[in-house]
Design a protein around this ligand. Sequence first.
Ligand code: GCU
Length: 429
Amino acid sequence: MRHPLHLCCALALFPLAAAAQQKTANYDEAAIPPYTLPALLKTHSGRPVQSSADWTALRRPEVLGLFEAHVFGKTPAPAVWGKVVFETLSTNENALGGKAVRKVVRISLPAHPQWKGIEMMLHLPKGANKPVPCFVGVSFGGNEAVTPDTDIALSTSWMRPGKDNGVVDNRSTEKTRGTEKERWQLELAMQEGFAVATYYYGDVEPDRNDGWKEGLRAILSKDGALTEWKDGEWGAIGAWAWGLSRVADYLQTEPSVDGKKLAVIGHSRLGKTSLWAGAQDTRFGAVISNNSGEGGAALMRRNIGETTAVITKAFPHWFTKTYSSYANNEAACPVDSHMLVALAAPRAVYIASADEDRWADPKGEFLAGLLAQPVFDLFGKKGYGVSDQPGTNVPVGETVRYHLRAGKHDVTRYDWEQYLPFARHTFGL
Ligand code: GCU
């Protein structure tokens, strides 16, 4: 079913029902019912997890399995999708006013020709004399929305119209150009010596409840004529995260990029996606969650802002079917978001909130990083270094890092100004 749009929020795409919920949601800390979080450092059989080796060999696979079974669903095995091929569609040696080389590469699956593939856009800093580290992200708009340049082909994938996003009849138009350029600080990244690889999430699956029918999930399903998703099978977030890993595959073959220095990044629903991509794919040495909220970094048990009941009603397609059973029943869920953050350990994680983004529960996002710390401790990795949420625009932490930006639900230059040195530090640059 398609929903009318909430019009006062450009690119923050959500159904009207969810918009109304934002107004009536609980924002009172005192009204959060008491909760107990699932134990991080104890195995299913009750054995305490006492070392990094215990975590890696015993508990991490269990926690990953719990997120597959209860939240995002299981990503199909490589044999299901088969060979991945890369074809360079265009190269511009003078992108971003001469500051970057830009390549567009199609990533596709020869065993599944019905899928037209991902059109990945890679910006490389011009004149780098060695392979560069790279941010890997997924965007709400097509490549033409991400770059300020106007010579890039318009995406032909399905898109949801939004206020000022230039989408007409569910397709991109010239007006779409540059609409996400503030969210992707490409010039700043180039200046700092980082490449940026992005892809439009709709290349993998249109973001609507029945979008899977036209997306990769249907194509890879066993009979290709699926009628219903079963418990534990992957949702759209899983599919978008899969796309991030295929971009990482390509980057291992790209001589200009250091494939061992990849930072995965996403905002909001795509921040949930970057956390899940980072949890599954350890090639991402840094994991960045920007305002990921419910189903992302925010603790589901806090019941503040967006709740499990609201998200699973408005966006059931994002998750595996089982997740809906935790609506108004969070205590029964065997995981919470501190465990999702812990899956990144010992790699680096940056959780970012915005102080006006109450829907995403900034405090719940902060707490997930704090409560994941025991796992980072096993590896001798430093976290926030504070136990109270810091004030606005005061970043804290090291391997686990956090900031609360002033302003709305968005990705801004301020956020990138924090992510770039964080990535530099993480990669020892
Ligand atoms: C809605 C949804 C959030 C999501 C956000 C976004 O607000 O309720 O969970 O993060 O959309 O992706 O913009």
